[in-house]
Design a protein around this ligand. Structure first.
Ligand code: PLP
Length: 432
């Protein structure tokens, strides 16, 4: 038999030091990174260039829901890479239809558009809501409501409905017709909602904003007003969705479905894939040529996404998310009892925030020194987004090591007044 020779590939690897030096020299300055390079991962652990092991409780910012090198995803990636990584959207591929059906089943909605990222899904949702309003012949129905403290992405439409000024103002002027509603404030919502609104966009749990869940009463009222004024209720489930709360979607804890849901992050196990999922009554506004994407919904990403969703179902991972989530939450509550500067622990399933009375940066750095990966959002909220496959022992391992981080880290001075206030409250409670 004739021997098939393997094609030669170029070795592009450089030392870790050189890779970081080149990044400093040639990359645009958009990220602040520690002098550390991760070279591989397995399950919930990452390994750096020196071979040191880290327990990852940030999961690639909610992307690595099945951890690293999950055997089922790896197998599908290999198989599809050898077939067709990309087929243009001028043609069908084998996986878009089945994946769209699965997402319709998970969400309770009807039709799907695929794109590549969260921000792009948000753009698609806003475009769809505007289009639906125009198609219904409602003149001037173009205002979009979003919530204070929200984060929806970095492209212009998504950025325009993102609340913190630090993200928006450097890029002004932004998209007009946006108004922010005070978080969970029903009276403000009612005051700002009228016939000129085409959409309201809500993260059921604000992620970047510090892990704040929207109240059931606020959601219900938003649903009622959106129906009354024929506007779209858009759920941004990019961080909270696809199983993170222990349900397929975080909005499933409320009554009333959204009209449009946007998803991305964990959908294709780390490959870029986002989606807009909508009710038929909104989706029907699109017709060929009105919206599209070169890469969105390619066969490789869609095949991996199908495998991701089947793995969650086959391995009962939603149950694991709920169980490990409540284990982690009660361990963190215990820590909050022992460390006065922890103000609150909140969230649901495996999206948890630990609000401190002091700045969180030093604790993130301390955790990294201790071999733990977490991050800090909203200056004082330590955020945990562990993979859905996390085990009971890994939750124990995390909390023991995190206790050491809390003990060892030199406490920053900032917001000392609030810390003192909690100490007073605790002393008062203890004296009762
Ligand atoms: C709730 C939410 N919406 C939108 C985005 C933007 O997603 P992407 O970074 O994939 O564009 C993010 C990213 O963190 C997010 O958390």
């Amino acid at each position: 038999m004739k021997k098939v020779r393997k094609p030669k590939t170029t070795n592009h690897s450089v030392s870790a030091e050189q890779a970081m030096r080149l990044a400093g020299r040639y990359l645009m300055n958009t990220y602040r990174r520690p002098a550390l390079l991760f070279v591989r991962g397995r399950g919930c652990y990452l390994y750096d260039h020196r071979g040191r092991k880290y327990l990852d409780f940030l999961g690639g910012l909610a992307v690595n829901a099945l951890g690293y090198s999950h055997p089922r995803l790896t197998r599908v990636i290999r198989r599809e890479a050898a077939r067709a990584v990309h087929v243009s959207n001028l043609f069908h591929n084998s996986y878009q239809g089945p994946l769209a059906r699965k997402l319709a089943e998970w969400s309770g909605l009807e039709r799907v558009f695929f794109c590549n990222s969260g921000t792009e899904a948000v753009e698609g949702a806003i475009k769809l809501a505007r289009l639906a309003a125009h198609k219904r012949g409602t003149e001037g129905k173009a205002r979009v409501l979003a919530l204070e403290n929200s984060f929806h992405g970095r492209t212009f439409g998504a950025l325009s409905i993102t609340y913190p000024a630090k993200y928006r103002e450097p890029f002004a002027p932004l998209v007009p017709g946006i108004e922010f509603v005070r978080f969970n404030d029903i009276a403000d919502l009612e005051a700002k909602f009228d016939d000129s609104v085409c959409a309201i966009v809500i993260e059921p749990i604000q992620g970047e904003g510090g892990i704040y869940p929207v109240s059931a009463a606020f959601w219900t009222r938003a649903r009622e007003l959106a129906s009354h004024y024929d506007a779209a209720l858009i759920a941004d489930e990019i961080q909270s969705g696809l199983g993170r709360t222990g349900r397929p979607f975080a909005y499933q804890r409320y009554t009333g479905l959204p009209d449009i849901v946007v998803i991305a992050k964990p959908l294709a196990g780390g490959l870029p894939l986002g989606a807009v999922v909508a009710r038929e009554s909104f989706a029907e506004s699109f017709s060929p040529g009105l919206h599209g994407s070169t890469f969105g919904g390619g066969p490789l990403a869609c095949a991996v996404a199908l495998e991701f969703l089947s793995t969650i179902e086959d391995d009962n991972l939603l149950e694991n998310v709920r169980e490990r989530g409540s284990q982690l939450r009660s361990e963190l509550a215990r820590l909050a009892g022992d460390f006065d500067f922890i103000r609150e622990v909140r969230g649901e399933g495996l999206i948890l925030g630990i609000e401190l009375a002091v700045e969180g940066k030093a604790y993130v750095e301390g955790a990294l020194r201790e071999g733990l990966i977490i991050n800090c959002t909203h200056e004082r909220v330590l955020r945990l987004l562990p993979p859905f496959i996390v085990t009971e022992r890994q939750v124990d391992e995390f909390t023991e090591r995190f206790r050491q981080v809390l003990k060892k880290t030199k406490r920053p001075h900032a917001v000392a007044a609030e810390f003192a206030e909690k100490k007073d409250r605790n002393a008062l409670a203890a004296s009762r």
